[in-house]
Design a binder for this molecule. Structure first.
Ligand code: NAP
Length: 219
């Protein structure tokens, strides 16, 4: 299964790309500038020689050709990016990992965005895409070091059974992560906003924590 990442040149997109490519998947880091994506993919391949054979840097429109597309732009670029590529995203599983956060003093605070969440805004911008929200709480730093073990639950929400199943399968394919069905796309507002709490904890405790749910049977 191939993965394309819109805005894949930032810390979050790069981290997901490296992790998935290390699992022998074809991963297409997308950018508004193809050369930038090629540079970023080249740098990752240099850092992990022979570990990321299926990693490529491409323009965002080419990244949309992958079977699953992840949106990893900043929150305010996510819906416009989805809208710009809506035709290419039609019928595809599109995973939003974007969080609307703003720095206020020393902390990052959750913003109240139109339509309640970035995931819903993406769904409205690309109405024929099968949008899911996931990976909001996994710090890029841990994901990026492909030798670092991961240990987290990933809350997945979607209005589409196919997107829910494909996203959970993708998350579960990453050792140490467990995808958990967390409801319809309306849950994205709470999931995205909770990221502000986690970031605050990480700042206060100088940690890179994510979440692990208790009392939930595996699978
Ligand atoms: N960092 C984390 O630990 C983490 C963890 C989980 C989720 N997230 C979420 O993942 C998303 C990406 O985070 P990040 O830190 O990687 O972000 P970022 O570095 O600020 O942006 C990622 C990429 O998006 C593209 N971009 C920037 N502004 C854009 C715009 N207005 N329209 C379209 N594309 C734009 C840029 O790529 P090009 O210039 O190459 O196009 C940029 O390299 C955020 O929404 C964040 O909340 C982050």
């Amino acid at each position: 299964m191939s993965i394309g990442i819109l805005g894949g040149t930032g810390p979050a997109g790069k981290a997901v790309a490296a992790r998935l490519a290390s699992l022998e998947r074809d991963v297409f880091i997308g950018s508004r500038q193809k050369e930038r994506a090629a540079e970023v993919a080249g740098a990752l391949k240099e850092r992990w020689p022979s570990r990321l054979p299926g990693l490529f840097g491409v323009a965002n429109e080419e990244a949309c050709a992958a079977e699953i597309v992840i949106v990893a732009t900043p929150w305010n670029g996510a819906a416009p990016t989805a809208a710009a590529h809506a035709d290419r995203l039609a019928g595809k599983v599109v995973i939003s990992m974007a969080n609307a956060l703003e720095k206020v003093g020393e902390e990052l605070q959750a913003l109240v965005v139109p339509r309640g969440s970035i995931a819903v805004a993406i769904q409205q911008a690309a109405p024929e895409a099968l949008v899911a929200g996931a990976l909001h709480h996994v710090p890029a730093r841990g994901l990026a070091n492909i030798d670092d073990p991961l240990d987290a639950d990933v809350l997945v929400c979607s209005d589409h059974g196919q997107a829910m199943a494909a996203t959970i399968e993708l998350v579960d394919s990453i050792p140490g992560l467990r995808g958990v069905a967390a409801g319809s796309l309306s849950a994205a507002s709470a999931i995205e906003a909770f990221t502000a709490v986690l970031v605050g904890i990480n700042i206060a405790h100088r940690s890179h924590t994510s979440i692990r749910l208790t009392g939930l049977e595996t699978g």
